[in-house]
Write a protein that binds this ligand. Structure first.
Ligand code: SP5
Ligand code: ZN
Length: 335
């Protein structure tokens, strides 16, 4: 399997996140990606495929904000990582305010996703990692490819960051596949959390099917997206499938939902599949509550591989740092 990792992604090292009323050490440690990279070496480095494919998903205003937010934060005299504290209620005017706190509020939706000095560099190379891994699948040289992306991407929308995500690596790759001539692309999201950014990006787009299996947003982050009645809008009506599951979900119940998602993807009949893979469904994950065991990951992957589509696997979450390489290695072995 073709594998891409770029060490520039380690430049992002957020110190802490706001959670349940207090500051906690940030869960997206650079060691997450470094451990997987060590175990699965060698990797191809990312090629620089430029900003154009990023701007096919994200707005120019947001990309400009993300690139300069930390410098603007420093210019405002602030120490540490940049983070917002005030957010516009949905539907308010998109005011072009200058103050860094207002712009952090405009382009984000939570307080667990700080902008650090290395965030732009790492996010840029995460997007390039996904795009580089996509190329041999587009060319037909590889059937399956793995993009070891960090920071993850599936919570980032066209003009917002959140959920440890800044640029939506999977969405950027899916849009690039569409632009390269694939008429129908599916994104299957098997991270523990709902991929709200990916859903928002393709919600009215009938050419990209989004299917997600995740913790019920009634109990789990990101709360405001991921409910079963979100089925797409306009031309995208019916091209969005959310399968929320309760905390405590075991392999057996998970597989039943996965098979439902896979049947829907097969009916959509995509010529290319993007898998947003989070290993935070693991029973030992420190911030999640499903009961998938290390030995289950190859069996999950085999079911996805049975779709028989050219496939790009994009790394999303997974926070049990010591078990992560085993879980990722197991998942990839199923393809
Ligand atoms: C890509 C991804 O998996 N994002 C997950 C974002 C979840 N954020 C909300 C849960 C925060 C729990 N934080 C606990 C910090 C302990 N150090
Ligand atoms: Zn997650």
């Amino acid at each position: 399997m073709f594998r891409v990792f770029d060490p520039r992604q380690l430049a992002h090292a957020p110190a802490q996140e706001f959670h349940n009323g207090g500051w906690a050490p940030h869960a997206d440690l650079p060691a997450r990606a470094a451990n997987i990279a060590d175990r699965l070496a060698p990797f191809e480095p990312a090629r620089d495929l430029g900003r154009t494919p990023i701007l096919r998903v994200h707005t120019p205003e947001y990309v400009d904000f993300l690139e300069h937010a930390h410098a603007d934060w420093r210019a405002a005299g602030r120490p540490g990582d940049a983070i917002g504290y005030a957010w516009p209620v949905v539907g308010r005017r998109p005011l072009n305010l200058d103050r860094i706190d207002a712009r952090l509020g405009r382009f984000s939706y939570d307080a667990c996703t700080p902008v650090t000095p290395g965030t732009w560099e790492a996010s840029y190379w995460a997007a390039q990692t996904a795009l580089t891994a996509l190329q041999p699948v587009l060319d037909g040289r590889e059937r399956t490819s793995f993009a070891l992306c960090r920071p993850p991407g599936h919570h980032a929308g066209a003009d917002y960051l959140g959920g440890y995500c800044y640029l939506n690596n999977a969405a950027i790759a899916a849009r690039a596949a569409r632009d390269a001539g694939h008429a129908r692309v599916a994104v299957l999201d098997v991270d523990y959390h709902h991929g709200n950014g990916t859903q928002d990006i393709f919600l009215d787009d009938g050419s990209v099917f989004f299917a997600s299996i995740h913790a019920d947003p009634a109990s789990d982050y990101p709360f405001f997206w991921g409910h079963a009645d979100e089925r797409g809008v306009g031309e995208g009506e019916g091209a969005n499938l959310n399968l929320p599951l309760p905390r405590g979900t075991t392999f057996e119940a998970y597989v039943a939902a996965l098979d439902t998602a896979l049947e829907a993807v097969a009916r959509f009949d995509p010529s290319l599949l993007v898998v947003s893979f989070g290993a935070d469904t693991f029973e030992g994950d420190p911030i999640s509550h499903f009961r998938i065991a290390t030995g289950d990951y190859p069996r999950l992957a085999e079911r996805i591989a049975a779709l028989g589509r050219p496939t790009l696997i994009v790394m999303e979450g997974g926070y049990a740092v010591d078990a992560l390489a085993d879980n990722v290695e197991g998942f990839l072995s199923g393809f």
